[in-house]
Ligand binder design. Structure first.
Ligand SMILES: C[S@@+](CC[C@H](N)C(=O)[O-])C[C@H]1O[C@@H](n2cnc3c(N)ncnc32)[C@H](O)[C@@H]1O
Length: 227
Protein backbone atom coordinates (compact mmCIF):
# COMPACT_ATOMS: atom_id res chain seq x y z
CA UNK A 1 0.00 0.00 0.00
CA UNK A 2 2.81 2.38 1.02
CA UNK A 3 4.77 1.31 -2.06
CA UNK A 4 1.80 2.08 -4.31
CA UNK A 5 1.32 5.52 -2.71
CA UNK A 6 5.01 6.31 -3.18
CA UNK A 7 4.86 5.08 -6.78
CA UNK A 8 1.83 7.34 -7.44
CA UNK A 9 3.64 10.33 -5.92
CA UNK A 10 6.80 9.79 -7.98
CA UNK A 11 4.90 9.14 -11.19
CA UNK A 12 2.68 12.20 -10.58
CA UNK A 13 5.84 14.31 -10.30
CA UNK A 14 7.31 12.65 -13.42
CA UNK A 15 4.17 13.63 -15.29
CA UNK A 16 4.66 17.30 -14.39
CA UNK A 17 8.26 17.16 -15.65
CA UNK A 18 7.08 15.57 -18.92
CA UNK A 19 4.43 18.29 -19.28
CA UNK A 20 7.13 20.97 -19.00
CA UNK A 21 9.42 19.17 -21.47
CA UNK A 22 6.60 18.84 -23.98
CA UNK A 23 5.57 22.50 -23.58
CA UNK A 24 9.07 23.97 -24.07
CA UNK A 25 10.84 21.23 -26.07
CA UNK A 26 10.81 20.55 -29.83
CA UNK A 27 7.43 19.92 -31.43
CA UNK A 28 8.56 18.14 -34.61
CA UNK A 29 9.89 14.61 -34.87
CA UNK A 30 10.71 12.26 -37.74
CA UNK A 31 10.29 8.53 -37.12
CA UNK A 32 10.09 5.64 -39.60
CA UNK A 33 10.33 8.11 -42.48
CA UNK A 34 7.29 10.14 -41.33
CA UNK A 35 7.26 13.62 -39.82
CA UNK A 36 4.94 14.47 -36.93
CA UNK A 37 4.17 17.88 -35.49
CA UNK A 38 2.84 17.49 -31.95
CA UNK A 39 1.19 20.09 -29.70
CA UNK A 40 2.12 20.21 -25.97
CA UNK A 41 -0.99 18.41 -24.66
CA UNK A 42 -0.55 15.43 -27.00
CA UNK A 43 1.78 12.45 -26.32
CA UNK A 44 4.93 13.34 -28.29
CA UNK A 45 6.91 10.45 -29.84
CA UNK A 46 10.01 12.63 -29.64
CA UNK A 47 10.22 12.03 -25.89
CA UNK A 48 9.02 8.42 -25.62
CA UNK A 49 10.81 5.46 -27.20
CA UNK A 50 7.59 3.44 -26.98
CA UNK A 51 6.11 5.18 -30.04
CA UNK A 52 9.02 4.37 -32.37
CA UNK A 53 9.36 0.88 -30.90
CA UNK A 54 5.74 -0.01 -31.68
CA UNK A 55 5.87 1.67 -35.11
CA UNK A 56 8.84 -0.49 -36.07
CA UNK A 57 7.05 -3.72 -35.09
CA UNK A 58 3.71 -3.32 -36.88
CA UNK A 59 4.36 -5.73 -39.83
CA UNK A 60 0.85 -5.59 -41.29
CA UNK A 61 -0.58 -7.25 -44.40
CA UNK A 62 -1.86 -5.18 -47.38
CA UNK A 63 -5.38 -6.54 -46.79
CA UNK A 64 -5.46 -5.69 -43.05
CA UNK A 65 -8.06 -3.37 -41.56
CA UNK A 66 -6.47 -1.81 -38.49
CA UNK A 67 -7.71 -0.03 -35.39
CA UNK A 68 -5.30 2.27 -33.51
CA UNK A 69 -6.68 2.93 -30.02
CA UNK A 70 -5.19 5.99 -28.27
CA UNK A 71 -3.59 7.34 -31.43
CA UNK A 72 -2.01 10.51 -29.93
CA UNK A 73 0.07 12.12 -32.71
CA UNK A 74 -1.25 9.46 -35.12
CA UNK A 75 2.13 7.75 -35.41
CA UNK A 76 0.90 4.14 -35.37
CA UNK A 77 -2.08 4.90 -37.61
CA UNK A 78 0.11 6.64 -40.20
CA UNK A 79 2.80 3.94 -40.28
CA UNK A 80 0.05 1.29 -40.39
CA UNK A 81 -1.70 3.11 -43.24
CA UNK A 82 1.42 2.71 -45.38
CA UNK A 83 1.25 -1.09 -44.98
CA UNK A 84 -2.43 -1.93 -44.57
CA UNK A 85 -5.67 -1.34 -46.43
CA UNK A 86 -7.50 0.95 -44.00
CA UNK A 87 -7.00 2.38 -40.51
CA UNK A 88 -9.39 3.81 -37.94
CA UNK A 89 -7.69 5.82 -35.18
CA UNK A 90 -9.34 6.87 -31.92
CA UNK A 91 -8.31 9.17 -29.11
CA UNK A 92 -10.19 10.56 -26.14
CA UNK A 93 -8.10 13.77 -26.30
CA UNK A 94 -9.67 16.22 -28.80
CA UNK A 95 -6.26 17.88 -29.32
CA UNK A 96 -4.79 14.51 -30.29
CA UNK A 97 -7.54 14.09 -32.88
CA UNK A 98 -6.72 17.47 -34.47
CA UNK A 99 -3.01 16.65 -34.34
CA UNK A 100 -3.40 13.13 -35.82
CA UNK A 101 -5.57 14.44 -38.67
CA UNK A 102 -3.00 17.14 -39.50
CA UNK A 103 -0.20 14.56 -39.39
CA UNK A 104 -2.14 12.29 -41.77
CA UNK A 105 -2.30 15.18 -44.27
CA UNK A 106 1.35 16.05 -43.66
CA UNK A 107 2.36 12.47 -44.48
CA UNK A 108 -0.10 12.18 -47.38
CA UNK A 109 -2.01 9.16 -46.14
CA UNK A 110 -5.67 9.14 -47.16
CA UNK A 111 -6.79 5.76 -45.76
CA UNK A 112 -6.99 6.82 -42.08
CA UNK A 113 -10.17 7.94 -40.30
CA UNK A 114 -9.52 9.68 -36.97
CA UNK A 115 -12.34 9.71 -34.41
CA UNK A 116 -12.67 11.24 -30.96
CA UNK A 117 -14.01 9.20 -28.06
CA UNK A 118 -13.45 6.77 -25.22
CA UNK A 119 -11.82 3.45 -26.24
CA UNK A 120 -14.16 1.66 -28.72
CA UNK A 121 -17.15 3.94 -28.14
CA UNK A 122 -16.92 5.86 -31.49
CA UNK A 123 -17.18 2.58 -33.49
CA UNK A 124 -20.44 1.19 -34.77
CA UNK A 125 -21.64 -2.01 -33.06
CA UNK A 126 -19.98 -4.99 -34.70
CA UNK A 127 -17.31 -2.96 -36.53
CA UNK A 128 -14.32 -5.33 -36.60
CA UNK A 129 -10.61 -5.18 -37.44
CA UNK A 130 -7.79 -7.60 -38.24
CA UNK A 131 -5.33 -5.85 -35.91
CA UNK A 132 -5.95 -3.58 -32.92
CA UNK A 133 -2.93 -1.54 -31.77
CA UNK A 134 -2.75 -0.12 -28.24
CA UNK A 135 0.07 1.52 -26.28
CA UNK A 136 -1.88 2.36 -23.14
CA UNK A 137 -1.01 4.88 -20.48
CA UNK A 138 0.55 2.82 -17.70
CA UNK A 139 1.85 4.98 -14.87
CA UNK A 140 -0.03 5.22 -11.55
CA UNK A 141 -0.18 9.04 -11.26
CA UNK A 142 -3.49 10.93 -11.16
CA UNK A 143 -5.44 11.86 -14.30
CA UNK A 144 -5.85 15.64 -14.06
CA UNK A 145 -4.85 17.01 -17.49
CA UNK A 146 -5.06 15.93 -21.14
CA UNK A 147 -1.43 14.83 -21.12
CA UNK A 148 -1.68 13.02 -17.77
CA UNK A 149 -4.43 10.92 -19.38
CA UNK A 150 -1.88 9.81 -21.97
CA UNK A 151 0.55 8.76 -19.24
CA UNK A 152 -1.47 7.52 -16.27
CA UNK A 153 -3.90 4.66 -15.74
CA UNK A 154 -4.31 4.35 -11.98
CA UNK A 155 -5.33 0.85 -10.93
CA UNK A 156 -5.04 -0.29 -14.59
CA UNK A 157 -8.74 0.55 -14.99
CA UNK A 158 -8.35 1.46 -18.68
CA UNK A 159 -6.32 -1.68 -19.44
CA UNK A 160 -9.08 -3.79 -17.84
CA UNK A 161 -11.78 -2.13 -19.95
CA UNK A 162 -9.66 -2.53 -23.10
CA UNK A 163 -9.21 -6.28 -22.61
CA UNK A 164 -12.89 -6.70 -21.69
CA UNK A 165 -14.14 -4.93 -24.83
CA UNK A 166 -11.51 -5.56 -27.55
CA UNK A 167 -12.92 -8.94 -28.58
CA UNK A 168 -16.15 -7.28 -29.77
CA UNK A 169 -14.11 -5.45 -32.43
CA UNK A 170 -11.71 -8.17 -33.59
CA UNK A 171 -12.21 -10.24 -36.76
CA UNK A 172 -11.87 -14.02 -36.37
CA UNK A 173 -8.14 -14.73 -36.79
CA UNK A 174 -7.28 -11.17 -35.76
CA UNK A 175 -4.87 -10.04 -33.05
CA UNK A 176 -4.01 -7.24 -30.64
CA UNK A 177 -0.63 -5.51 -30.55
CA UNK A 178 -0.09 -4.15 -27.03
CA UNK A 179 2.94 -2.41 -25.52
CA UNK A 180 3.55 -2.44 -21.78
CA UNK A 181 6.40 -1.62 -19.41
CA UNK A 182 8.18 -3.36 -16.56
CA UNK A 183 7.82 -0.24 -14.36
CA UNK A 184 4.06 -0.69 -14.46
CA UNK A 185 4.08 -4.39 -13.57
CA UNK A 186 3.72 -5.93 -17.04
CA UNK A 187 3.09 -9.35 -15.49
CA UNK A 188 -0.04 -8.06 -13.77
CA UNK A 189 -1.33 -6.71 -17.06
CA UNK A 190 -0.75 -10.10 -18.70
CA UNK A 191 -2.79 -11.66 -15.88
CA UNK A 192 -5.58 -9.14 -16.47
CA UNK A 193 -5.49 -9.97 -20.19
CA UNK A 194 -5.64 -13.71 -19.41
CA UNK A 195 -8.61 -13.18 -17.06
CA UNK A 196 -10.40 -11.63 -20.03
CA UNK A 197 -9.54 -14.59 -22.26
CA UNK A 198 -6.40 -13.42 -24.08
CA UNK A 199 -3.21 -15.41 -24.66
CA UNK A 200 -0.03 -13.60 -25.57
CA UNK A 201 3.31 -14.01 -27.28
CA UNK A 202 6.11 -11.51 -26.77
CA UNK A 203 7.28 -10.10 -30.10
CA UNK A 204 9.77 -7.49 -28.84
CA UNK A 205 11.56 -6.33 -25.70
CA UNK A 206 13.71 -3.24 -25.30
CA UNK A 207 15.64 -2.52 -22.11
CA UNK A 208 16.25 1.11 -21.20
CA UNK A 209 17.87 2.54 -18.07
CA UNK A 210 15.06 1.97 -15.57
CA UNK A 211 12.51 -0.05 -17.49
CA UNK A 212 12.00 -2.69 -20.14
CA UNK A 213 9.32 -2.26 -22.78
CA UNK A 214 7.50 -5.31 -24.13
CA UNK A 215 5.33 -5.66 -27.20
CA UNK A 216 2.84 -8.53 -27.13
CA UNK A 217 0.69 -10.03 -29.83
CA UNK A 218 -2.52 -11.28 -28.21
CA UNK A 219 -5.26 -13.53 -29.54
CA UNK A 220 -8.36 -14.98 -27.90
CA UNK A 221 -7.59 -18.13 -25.89
CA UNK A 222 -7.78 -21.28 -28.02
CA UNK A 223 -7.67 -19.26 -31.27
CA UNK A 224 -3.93 -19.98 -31.72
CA UNK A 225 -1.38 -17.68 -33.33
CA UNK A 226 -1.91 -17.71 -37.10
CA UNK A 227 0.22 -14.75 -38.20
C1 LIG B 1 0.83 6.31 -24.27
S1 LIG B 1 -0.07 7.32 -25.37
C2 LIG B 1 0.24 6.50 -26.94
C3 LIG B 1 0.07 7.43 -28.13
C4 LIG B 1 0.45 6.82 -29.49
N1 LIG B 1 -0.32 5.63 -29.77
C5 LIG B 1 1.92 6.54 -29.61
O1 LIG B 1 2.30 5.37 -29.79
O2 LIG B 1 2.71 7.51 -29.54
C6 LIG B 1 -1.75 6.82 -24.96
C7 LIG B 1 -2.83 7.53 -25.76
O3 LIG B 1 -4.11 7.00 -25.33
C8 LIG B 1 -5.04 8.05 -25.26
N2 LIG B 1 -6.11 7.63 -24.34
C9 LIG B 1 -6.10 7.60 -22.99
N3 LIG B 1 -7.27 7.17 -22.51
C10 LIG B 1 -8.06 6.90 -23.60
C11 LIG B 1 -9.38 6.43 -23.75
N4 LIG B 1 -10.16 6.13 -22.71
N5 LIG B 1 -9.86 6.27 -25.00
C12 LIG B 1 -9.09 6.57 -26.10
N6 LIG B 1 -7.83 7.04 -26.01
C13 LIG B 1 -7.31 7.19 -24.77
C14 LIG B 1 -4.23 9.24 -24.77
O4 LIG B 1 -4.87 10.47 -25.03
C15 LIG B 1 -2.92 9.04 -25.56
O5 LIG B 1 -2.96 9.70 -26.78
Amino acid sequence: MQRLMLQRLIQGAACRVIEAVQRYGPKTVTIAGCTFVVTPDVFNPKFFVTSGLMARHLALRPTDEVLDVGTGSGIQAIVAAQQAQRVVAIDVNPEAVVCARANCERNEVDNVTVLQGDLFEPLTAGERFDVIIFTPPYMEGPVTTLLSRALNDPGKALARRFFAEARNHLEPGGSLLVLYSSIADHEEVLEIAAEHGWQHEQIAARKMLLETYFIYRMVPLRAGFKR
